[in-house]
Ligand binder design. Structure first.
Ligand SMILES: [Zn+2]
Length: 230
């Protein structure tokens, strides 16, 4: 009797972690840049905080909306494919058997064994067998729009909260405090993302920090221009 044991592969974790790191990264860059920009315009501390909170909420909601829409259309495509498969299984079961057999032959099974496996799996649950081995759609990997939207909003908000908290606790030096700490947060996130992906840590950290610094510098420049103009 074969006993299967539960394994959690790095690839399963990587996908989720990478999405979380990217979400948090967006939160830090967009909120820190906005806070730095408003602070550079000599706005009051209160206005800087209001702008930061608005950036967090607006950013989290737009990330959630974008993720929901894109994952929903992926879910729609998957459901349409599975629906088509259901019809093909109902109308032409023989060709479907041949199709699954040829998939297993391509994967390296000899024709007799491939046929046997195909027939056995289709006896048990033909739609699941075809969805998994022909379309690559499985229950665990199926698109979940609400889960994706909530995860994306939560990671964005978590990232955005960092520069916002710094702006709260450092009212007199918002610009240097927020930009300095945000670069440290970004470097740490970049290193984490690179590490989980097995990529060189320094390059990962440098890349994210460079773009974060550029975004904050440009926004501060625009903010100070506006501050001087009004
Ligand atoms: Zn099929």
């Amino acid at each position: 009797m074969y006993v299967s044991h539960k394994e959690r592969h790095k690839t399963q974790r990587i996908g989720w972690l990478r999405a979380a790191v990217l979400g948090a990264n967006d939160g830090i860059v967009s909120t820190a840049s906005l806070v730095v920009g408003v602070a550079a315009s000599n706005a009051t501390h209160n206005s800087v905080l209001v702008a930061g909170v608005a950036a967090l909420v607006a950013g989290a909601l737009s990330m959630a909306a974008g993720e929901y829409v894109s994952v929903s259309s992926q879910a729609d495509t998957e459901q349409a494919d599975v629906g088509r498969e259901r019809v093909e299984l109902a109308t032409d079961i023989e060709s479907e058997r041949d199709e699954l057999t040829s998939i297993y032959i391509e994967r390296g099974l000899d024709p007799v064994l491939a046929r046997e496996v195909a027939l056995k799996l289709m006896e048990k649950d033909p739609l699941t067998a075809h969805a998994r081995d022909e379309l690559g759609i499985t229950e665990t990997a199926a698109a979940r729009p609400i889960q994706a939207a909530l995860t994306s909003a939560a990671t964005f908000a978590a990232g955005a909260a960092l520069p916002l908290l710094v702006a709260v606790v450092a009212p007199v030096a918002v610009l240097p405090a927020v930009s300095g700490t945000s670069l440290v947060f970004l470097a740490a996130l970049g290193a984490l993302a690179a590490h989980t992906g097995g990529a060189p840590i320094f390059r990962g950290a440098a890349r994210v920090t460079f773009w974060g610094a550029l975004a904050m510098a440009i926004t501060a420049g625009v903010g100070s221009l506006f501050g001087a103009a009004v």
